[in-house]
Design a protein around this ligand. Sequence first.
Ligand code: GUN
Length: 283
Amino acid sequence: MDSKLISGKEVSARIKEQVKKEVMMLNSQGVFPKLSVIIVGENPASLTYVKGKHKDCAECGIVSENIALPETVSQADLLAEIERLNNDDSVHGILVQLPLPKHIDEYAVINAISPTKDVDGFTAVNVGNMNIGKDCFTPCTPQGCIDMLDYAGIDMTGKDVVVIGRSNIVGKPVSVLALQRSATVTICHSKTKNIADKTRMADIVIVAVGRAGFLTGDMLKPGAVVIDVGINRNSEGKLCGDADFDSCIDVVSKITPVPGGVGLMTRANLLKNTIKSAKNCLK
Ligand code: GUN
């Protein structure tokens, strides 16, 4: 069974080894890659994610700073903080952890980040450049899905890829990246009729709906590949993905586990993007 698993641990460990080498190379040239993370409020999931990001940076020799702002911070103060980081040459990457409190305009905040430091790839400039296939910061989770397919040796050319979910963070961008790899892409969402009819035609299913066990084995073509982006807790409080692992595992040729799958790749790609930004200082 294990041979069916595409391990995020393995793929992210590889990326981290590469990042460590690049950090040493940059250090030797007087560049010290630095990531600044802004977190507003105390959303428990966000606190956990941010802690993981700092841990990864420390492991790879990337300097990271945490800027914790109160839930009540004004949008103007948050924008001023971003502007300060935009103008600080020692900072290569800026990440504002989402979600933000309701009184803050997420679009305005994201797009206040300089596109040259937008290591999440969320600004309109990076989203636009990604859409037309130009150099950009690609968003970390979608890129992580592609990295896992690459690592498993799966060529997407001409493959039928079904993406379930149309979020700006995962569904839409991963569809664009799959299209750039010459896949035939279908995007399903909450209003799609007969999703199972679509998924049963798919060579690759990328599921990002945030619902535990949404994708079941009977919705898959035998030998399909499943990339599971979900991070949910089931009724017993156990971490699980959007795919019902037990019913999918017998049908698929490959599947990413949760935990130990795409989530680790999100973190690894943040490191990669931070290095990419720091390298631009050498140009
Ligand atoms: N919240 C959930 N995922 C992400 C992410 O990839 N980046 C940021 N900034 N916030 C998130």
